[in-house]
Design a protein around this ligand. Sequence first.
Ligand SMILES: [Zn+2]
Length: 73
Amino acid sequence: MIKKVLKPIQVKLIKKNLCPGCTMNLEKCNNLKDVTENKKIVQCKCSRIYIWDIDTNTYKRATLDEEQHFLTK
Ligand SMILES: [Zn+2]
């Protein structure tokens, strides 16, 4: 029930390039690593990790698998 209410808000925030966790502008995130030429892993101040798609300038939350895959290489 709570998830159903929260999720659309999080999606809305992330579409505005705001962190759903702390509402910070995701453009201010630290660059952690380049995944490809047009994709970077960025980390918010609240330690959430996102994948930034430069072509579309959109962010999405990295899954745990993605975090580990990209951060351990
Ligand atoms: Zn945050």
